[in-house]
Ligand binder design. Structure first.
Ligand code: ZN
Length: 223
């Protein structure tokens, strides 16, 4: 019995149940603090219809792209081409619907309010270093040779933000300061752990000195 219950919970966590069998309501990007956020994001992993419904939200601008079957640990399921999220321009060629939804939630409810508080301006665009890349984990000192979540388009590396005022804030340039830019970066990165399972920045290791790595993989780690 415990085994069955554990199996069901794992299936929900990993998005293996399509929305129609899932007891949780579908995600609304306008809701700032959704219950069971992690599990509800997972629903978007294989359910293309749930993704299509989500893309009607004004808080995300994206179109669905065809699956690339996983070969040699690389490929994607339920991906989108992302143009904007949370009112900021963010162009990503291929990214999973689940990670794109996480970005829209984080940008709408964590990043934009902090930009407004600290700088009195909105984030106009987000600069990134890419999503899909058929490669192993970078800076992996244990030598596990494991595929990165980037190999499944399930991650994004964020390098900086441009505000509507024209001000630019970069992870490499501003993380180690004590000005408002550093305060902003540290505040938004700390909040990312709510939406993403893995949220790593410059304090994690040297491989992340110039970006935030966010993904929706199996493991959880925030630093
Ligand atoms: Zn990364």
């Amino acid at each position: 019995m415990a085994l069955v219950a554990g199996g069901v919970l794992f299936a929900v966590r990993e998005g293996l149940l399509p929305q129609r069998w899932n007891p949780l309501p579908s995600l609304d990007l306008a809701e700032p603090n959704p219950w069971f956020l992690d599990w509800r994001l997972s629903t978007l992993r294989i359910d293309g219809d749930a993704c299509a419904r989500l893309l009607r939200s004004p808080l995300i601008e994206a179109t669905q792209v065809a699956d690339q079957p996983i070969a040699n640990g690389c490929g994607w399921t339920n991906g989108v081409r992302l143009n904007a999220a949370g009112g900021a321009r963010l162009s990503v060629d291929r990214i999973t619907c689940e990670t794109a939804a996480g970005l829209a939630l984080w940008l709408s409810h964590d990043v934009q309010p902090r930009a407004q508080d600290i700088f009195g301006a909105k984030v106009a665009s987000v600069q990134h270093l890419g999503s899909y890349a058929c490669r192993n984990i970078k800076g992996d000192t244990h030598g596990t040779g494991m595929r990165s979540e980037h190999a499944r388009a399930n991650a994004l590396d964020i390098a900086g933000f441009t505000l509507t005022s024209g001000k630019q804030i970069g992870v490499a340039r501003h993380w180690n300061g004590d000005g408002p830019e550093a305060r902003f970066l540290r505040a938004v990165h700390a909040r990312a752990c709510r939406t993403f399972r893995v949220a790593l920045g410059p304090d994690y290791n040297a491989a992340h000195r110039d970006h935030f790595h966010y993904d929706r993989g199996l493991f959880t780690r925030c630093r």
